[in-house]
Structures are given as C-alpha cells and as structure tokens.
Design a protein around this ligand. Structure first.
Ligand code: C2E
Ligand code: CA
Ligand code: CA
Length: 570
C-alpha cells in the first residue's frame, strides 16, 4: 500500500487549469491527469472565486493569458498580491513571444508554449515548479514566526548580518518594539485576543519594512525587532509609524514602547545595535502611554560604566575591594537607648572610582545574578564579625544582612546560609535576614515557602522597606516575619508632615496586630527619634545614633556600649 502511494504521489496534488477554450483545457488535462488531480476554470474570475473559496489550495495553477472577464495578467497580479495565494506557483500558457518578460516580472514560475510540447516535457515543467515552490514553503516556515509571519529571531540576525556584509558600510538603524503590560492583556482578555493584537502589530510592521526596505522579526513573546537602512530610517518617520501601528491595533488600552538606535557611524555589529535599542526601550518600562526613546550619550555612558563594574566584580571579590560596614540599631523602648544589633551594608572601594555606594551597583548586579556572589561574601563577613565579637566580648551581637530578591529564587539559599553559620560557628538566629517588602508582593508564593523554611532553620526575618511594596493587610497576617522595618521615606519627614506621622502610627498599629517589633531607619535627628518613641516604635537605625561604620570603628562602638552596659537583645 505504501509503495503504491509512493508511486502515485502526484495524485495527492491538484493542478488548476485556467483557460477559456474547452479543447485546450481538455488536452492539457489529459496530459496531467495520470499524475495529478485536475480542476478547471474557464476564466480568471471563476478561477479566483474558486481559489478563495475552496480549500485546500491547488499545488499549481496553469494560466492562459487571454480570457474574457478577467484575463491571465490580471489574475496573476491578484494572486501575487494575496498573502495566502501568492505561494501557489503559476505556469503561464503563451502563444506569442514577448509576453514572457512581463509574466516573469509578475512572478510566473515557468511557461508552456502553444502548441504544446511533448507531454513528458510538460509534466517535467509542472513537477519541477511544484517542487521548487514546496521547498521554498518549507524554508519559509522554518524561518518565520507562525503567528505573525515575520522572521524568527535566529533567521532575522542571519539575514541581517548577510545584508550588512553585502552592503558594506550601509548605515542601519535598529528598533525594538514592545507592548506595555502584555501579560495583563492576555490575562484579562484571553490568549486569542492577545494573539490577534500581535498579528495586527506584526502586519503593520511588515508593511512598514516593505516600504523602507528593511527586515523585521518577532524576537520574543511581545517584542519585535526592526532593522532598516538609516536613510529611509525611523528618525523622521516615528510619528507616522506609531499612528499607523496604533490604528491597526485599534484598541486604546494597548500601548507600545519603542527603543531606537540610530546609526552614528560607529560600525557596531547588529547584536550590539539591538542591545542599545533594547536598553532605550527598557528605560520606558513603566510607561502607560505609547512612547519612544532614542539611545543616547547618557544611556551610553551609563551602560559603559555598568559594564565596567560587571567586569571588575570578580577581581574585586578576590582582592577584597568590597568592604562591609555596620550600622548599629538601638532599642528605644526602655529608659535609655541600648544597642541591639547592626545592619551590614556593603561598599566598594574601587581602585579607580574610589568608594562606590551600593545604590550604584546593587541593581546592576541584581540584573545579571552577580548579586548572589556579592551577598554571599557579605553574609560571610557578617557571620565572621559576629563570631569575632563572641570570641572577644563573650556575647553574640546579631547582625542583619540584606537578602536580594534574586537570592530568593536560589533553591540552595537555606543551605548556603546554614553553611555560613556553621563555618563561622554562630547560631542561625544571630544572622538576621532583611528581605524587601516588594520581593514579597512580586512573587508571594515562592517567597513565603522560602521564608518558612529559613525560619524553621532558626533564621529571623525582617521585612525591609515596609510601606513601599503594597502588601495587603490580609497577606501580612499570614506572612512569616519577625520584624517590620519601615521604609526610610516615611521617617524622613514625620516631624514636618502630620500625615506622615499618622501613617507611621498606622504602620506601628499593624505591627502590634501581627505581634512583631518595628524598626525605623534613616532617623537623623533627636526630634524624629522622640516622635517615633512616642508613636511606639521599638528600634531605631540612622545617622542620629551612627552612620554605617567600618568594622574597626564598629568594634570600638560595641566595646564602649558593652562597657557602659548599653547592649540588650531579645
Ligand atoms: P537599605 O537596606 O534600605 O539600607 C538602608 C540605607 O539607608 C543604607 O544605604 C544606609 O546607609 C542608609 N541610611 C542609614 N541611616 C540613614 C540616615 O539617617 N539618613 C540617610 N539619608 N540614610 C541613611 P546604603 O548603605 O547606601 O545602601 C543602599 C541600599 O543598598 C540598601 O538599602 C540595600 O537595599 C542595598 N544594599 C546595601 N548593602 C547590600 C548588600 O550587601 N546586599 C544587598 N543585596 N543589598 C545591599
Ligand atoms: Ca536593609
Ligand atoms: Ca530599608
């Protein structure tokens, strides 16, 4: 059976013969009918109607040029312009010389001249054209994104680089188009609607690059890349391009952000151009309306600086350029403030840039995961410090360390922390873990699991930057935490702004509800301290008591406080 199918493979394909003369149709049909199923149409209009209505499409159309109603030239034009039909190869029947060139230009695959050649020759032409077309469909499909019909990312870069090579030095612009909050569109309106939007955007990008002579691809689920010659480029056309896309989306809820890299003659390779337009695009991440941003000198120098810091990181760890400072926390519930713990805060003593504050490098290291390495270093230093005090002064004075949101995703987090405690010979409950509130709201389930398991091992958890991350009250009561650390933004103006102090009062109420102490940080003045005390705040950290101190200075401070009997921890 299989053999039979193989031999008669041609039977599975259909050829449509379009000719107004009955005899001609019959002669040609008889030649082909051994190998193909044959359909007939007596003029262009009938053929077009049939092609549009009947599926599956024929594998080939044989087309007479001179017919009533709709002639061969017109039908050929219509087929080539139709996104679905244009994949069908068309062989043209010609009686006169001279029509060939015009048909070739219109996209004919081959010719059969009248009167007909030997049937073998005609069959060979037909099967050759079908084979060529089918192969190109296969190529087309592997190169394309199924949904939008644009290139996929891999082929996009391949063709783009080829284009660069062939057109040496031709300046090219790169654009990244992203949909704002697309996951919400999918969630609220369903995947089918999301797909429709992607198709519409794909279509208008497609017609844009057809006009400008560029390339486009769907680079990620809701990201498109456009690579176009600088001369015809986006610089001047952005407003038109945007309104064109918006029109095709036809839904004001959906907004885009576009990052652009405009060729400045620096000869970057294609990937780097898209890195840059991507950077410009990411800068717009939180926008609610459609907008665009050019990659510029400021972004460039920021990027270079970030890259430099990333490159220097390993060496900095090896050479101990990172310094851990300690900022004491004082308990103010008693008659006089007493030292209760400290927060470990990292600084980078860079050989070229001098002292760099964490505000400058933490977010960079969070983006690429390097933060895990740095945090591990800091945790180790802090644990070693706790151990040294125990050896010197006979007491464990707890230290809190910052745990980045990135660390939470490391399944080995608890093991790493236990290992650090063991190696340094300290009980796990002396290492306090500060986790920022927004990490809780970003990925509630994951973090709650992780924090539960950390607490089971004895670690205590302080929720950092409380008030900035929009936890719900309901969520708070079920969260495994041991202290709330108010965001600095709330304490800085409590003395001048009665609303701010009322808010702090409410947050302290919440802490009572969930029965954990409250820590206020960023306390700089006596007035702030006294007001916080009045409001019921338990612990205070800030310049009022001390700036973050290098290890030696912190040690001196601890020595003094112990001597003066100003240390307590419970
Ligand atoms: P954070 O955890 O909220 O740390 C408190 C920040 O407030 C510290 O800034 C501290 O120096 C500063 N500060 C303390 N008291 C006062 C005050 O009275 N007035 C003012 N104006 N500021 C005060 P720093 O050291 O620059 O750290 C910034 C942020 O970097 C930290 O915010 C933390 O999120 C992050 N960070 C610091 N060290 C590490 C670390 O080792 N690992 C991780 N993952 N993040 C860290
Ligand atoms: Ca902190
Ligand atoms: Ca904080």
């Amino acid at each position: 059976m299989k053999e039979l199918l193989e031999r008669n493979k041609g039977l599975h394909r259909t050829v449509m013969i379009v000719d107004d003369e009955f005899i001609e149709r019959e002669i040609l049909g008889a030649m082909l009918s051994d190998q193909y199923a044959v359909n007939y149409a007596e003029n262009g209009a009938v053929a077009l109607d049939c092609l549009r209505k009947n599926k599956p499409l024929p594998s080939l159309v044989i087309l007479d040029l001179h017919m009533p109603e709709l002639d061969g030239y017109s039908l050929l034009k219509l087929i080539r312009a139709d996104s679905e039909l244009r994949r069908i190869p068309v062989i043209v029947l010609t009686a006169e010389k001279g029509s060939e060139v015009e048909c070739l230009q219109l996209g004919a695959a081959d010719f059969i001249s009248k009167p007909y050649e030997a049937p073998e020759i005609i069959l060979a032409r037909v099967s050759h054209s079908i084979e060529l077309a089918e192969n190109s469909v296969i190529i087309h499909e592997t190169e394309r994104d199924e949904l939008t019909g644009l290139f996929n990312k891999e082929f996009f870069f391949e063709y783009g680089k080829r284009l660069d090579l062939q057109n040496h030095n031709m300046p090219m612009d790169a654009a990244v188009v992203d949909i704002n909050r697309f996951h919400i569109v999918n969630e609220l309106y369903g995947k089918a609607y999301g797909d429709l939007i992607l198709k519409r955007i794909g279509n208008s990008i497609h017609s844009f690059v057809q006009r400008t002579g560029g390339l486009a691809c769907r680079a990620g689920s809701n990201t498109f890349y456009i690579y176009i010659p600088h001369d015809t480029g986006l610089n001047d056309q952005i407003p038109e391009f945007l309104s064109e896309i918006e029109e095709s989306i036809d839904d004001p809820k959906i907004t885009l952000r576009i990052g652009l890299y405009s060729d400045d003659g620096s000869g970057l390779d294609m990937e780097r151009r898209f890195d840059r337009s991507g950077l410009a695009c990411r800068k717009l991440r939180n926008s609610y309306s459609t907008c665009f941003e050019f990659y510029n000198a400021e972004l460039h120098s920021k990027e270079l600086h970030a890259e430099r810091l990333i490159n220097d990181m390993d060496r900095a760890i090896a050479e101990k350029q990172f310094k851990v400072y300690y900022q004491p926390k004082y308990c103010i519930t008693g008659e006089k403030p007493v030292l209760t713990s400290a927060e470990a805060l990292v600084r980078w003593l860079h050989p070229e840039f001098g002292m760099i504050s964490p505000g400058e490098f933490i977010s960079i290291f969070e983006k690429n995961g390097l933060i895990q390495k740095l945090d591990r270093f800091v945790w180790n230093e802090a644990a070693a410090q706790i151990r040294r005090f125990k050896d010197e002064f006979g007491v464990y004075i707890p230290i809190s360390v910052n745990v980045s949101r990135v660390d939470i995703f490391n399944p080995l987090l608890a093991e790493i922390l236990i290992d650090i405690s063991k190696t340094n010979g300290i009980p796990t409950e002396k290492l306090l873990l500060e986790i920022t509130e927004s990490a809780y709201t970003d990925n509630a389930e994951q973090i709650i699991d992780t924090v539960h398991s950390l607490r089971d091992k004895g670690f205590r958890i302080e929720m950092d930057d409380f008030g900035s991350g929009y936890s719900s009250l309901n969520m708070l009561t079920s969260l495994p935490i041991d202290a709330l650390k108010l965001d600095r933004a709330f304490t800085c103006n409590i003395c001048s702004d009665s609303k701010a102090s009322r808010l702090v009062g409410i947050m302290i109420e919440i802490s009572r509800l969930i029965e954990v102490p409250v820590i206020a940080e960023g306390v700089e003045t006596k007035d702030q301290m006294e007001l916080l005390k009045e409001l019921g705040c338990d612990i205070i950290q800030g310049y009022y008591f001390s700036r973050p101190l290098p290890s030696d200075d912190y040690e001196d401070l601890v020595k003094t406080e112990l001597k003066e009997n100003r240390y307590a921890y419970n």
